[in-house]
Design a protein around this ligand. Structure first.
Ligand SMILES: Nc1nc2c(c(=O)[nH]1)N[C@H]1C(S)=C(S)[C@@H](COP(=O)(O)OP(=O)(O)OC[C@H]3O[C@@H](n4cnc5c(N)ncnc54)[C@H](O)[C@@H]3O)O[C@H]1N2
Ligand code: MOO
Length: 407
């Protein structure tokens, strides 16, 4: 028997980091940057107006008021994208649009709302200090600055940043392609009829979705019956397209536990009992260099195993820190009993308490139905309570560690 931490450490010591790829920007969405991206120019590249209005010399409007507006001739319009060099002299104004380059000589922008909106001459009825509503070159990013470093996941804002500094491509660690395979002769495709003794395959859908939630590309492989030759052939076929394989079922003590039967001694795969509930029987290793996670078949066991072991491994493969799910401390709402010597993961509902001050406080309520076959309690939970190996009686009111489930 090994602890949860020992099993995770074994996995993290063995999963490979995926080699970098040069991808077009949108193909790189969701991947992890593997290079520093530097701005070739400053942003904004030139001083420009923050408002639709008039570019002026601030001294010309220093005394402007409703009662005594400043009246200035308008020499023309400057729109965003205009490249003509424009300049104004004291005593003149130029009509200017948001994002348009400031004309030389002007040092302030008067928003149109403070004027009569005139085209030939403009009446300005408020003063403004030098620099008013001007967005200065380089006040967002300076030329030569690193705008995103290796290890940054390219979400929407980060992709926008790369495009803004002119990048069409990026060198990234791609999303891991993970093939998910359910094993079990009792399994049928959802949507089909069940004969006595059969159930619909839920694990492969759940685990494929979990791969996607964890930032990978999930490929659901049709389930395979408990036939050693078919299981091995399917896994070998899938190695072609997989950065990692995840199976469910067939790793316990039964005479038909085929995954364990066919993979024992293959590659570096080993099977262990991990001191946890649910999720005791686990297998992990490399098949021709590709990590394979053989998770237990009970649906809740498979799910918890994925979050505790596979998710951090997929992060590590992308060059990210193998962090656990976001963790908070919460006050337990009910008494709990836990088996000594096992880390216990309980399905639960985490609620945020709105306090009178800024401090965060949470209450967590364990779900009814903590069996590893009871998917209903899992699907209505938003958190897992984690009780350590030495916890046995945990009274209501105790602070407990809680993993927030992806939502
Ligand atoms: N004698 C022992 N029996 C069991 C032990 C043990 O230590 N000694 N461990 C139990 C624990 S804990 C678990 S967890 C399970 C793990 O079993 P397997 O990984 O071999 O999984 P199966 O036997 O194939 O299935 C278990 C259970 O889950 C259902 N299942 C499997 N795949 C799916 C799927 N894709 N979708 C929905 N449901 C699935 C399956 O029908 C079984 O009911 O072993 C215990 N036994
Ligand atoms: O440990 Mo098993 O994974 O309870 O259901």
């Amino acid at each position: 028997m090994r602890t949860v931490d020992e099993h995770l450490a074994d996995i993290l010591a063995n999963v490979p980091v995926l080699p970098p790829l040069d991808l077009a920007l949108l193909e790189a969405a969701g991947s992890v940057l593997a290079e520093p991206v530097t701005a070739p120019v400053s942003l904004p590249p030139f001083d420009n107006s923050a408002m639709d209005g008039y570019a002026v010399v601030s001294a010309d409007v220093a005394k402007a008021s409703e009662a005594e507006p400043a009246v200035l001739p308008v020499i023309g319009d400057i729109a965003a994208g205009d490249s003509g060099v424009t300049a104004i002299r004291p005593g003149l104004a130029a009509r200017i649009m948001t994002g348009a380059p400031m004309p030389a000589g002007a040092d302030a922008v008067i928003p149109v709302e403070w004027t009569d909106g005139g085209a030939a001459t403009v009446r300005i009825n408020r003063s403004a200090p030098p620099g008013h509503y001007i967005r200065r070159s380089g006040e967002d990013v300076r030329a030569g600055e690193i705008v995103a470093g290796p290890g940054t996941r390219l979400g929407a804002a980060q992709l926008g940043m790369l495009a803004a500094v002119g990048r069409a491509r990026a060198v990234v660690r791609p999303k891991p392609r993970v093939v998910v395979l359910s094993t079990g002769s009792e399994l049928r495709e959802p949507g089909s009829e069940l004969a006595p003794g059969q159930i619909w395959d839920s694990n492969s859908f759940m685990l494929t979705a979990a791969v996607i939630e964890a930032g990978g590309v999930g490929y659901r492989q049709t389930m395979v019956e408990d036939d050693p030759r078919k299981v091995l052939e399917t896994l070998e076929d899938q190695l072609m397209r997989a950065d990692a394989l995840v199976t469910s079922g067939g790793v316990s003590m039964g005479v038909r536990d085929v995954v364990k039967e066919v993979l024992t001694g293959v590659g570096t795969v080993q099977f262990h009992k991990v001191r946890m509930r649910p999720g005791k029987p686990q297998g992990f290793g490399l098949l021709e260099g590709t990590p394979i996670f053989t998770l237990p078949g009970n649906p809740v066991s498979a799910y918890v195993s994925f979050q505790v072991f596979v998710r951090p491994a997929l992060r590590a493969m992308q060059g990210l820190a193998p962090e656990p799910l976001p963790t908070v401390t919460a006050v337990l709402a009910e008494d709990l009993k836990s088996p000594a010597g096992l880390t216990h993961f309980l399905r639960a509902t985490l609620a945020h308490n709105r306090g009178t001050h800024m401090q965060q406080s949470y209450t967590v309520t364990p779900a009814e139905g903590q069996g590893s076959h009871q998917l209903a309690a899992l699907s209505s939970a938003n958190a897992l309570i984690v009780l350590p190996e030495d916890a046995v009686d945990v009274p209501a009111g105790s602070p407990v560690e809680v993993l927030r489930l992806p939502s």
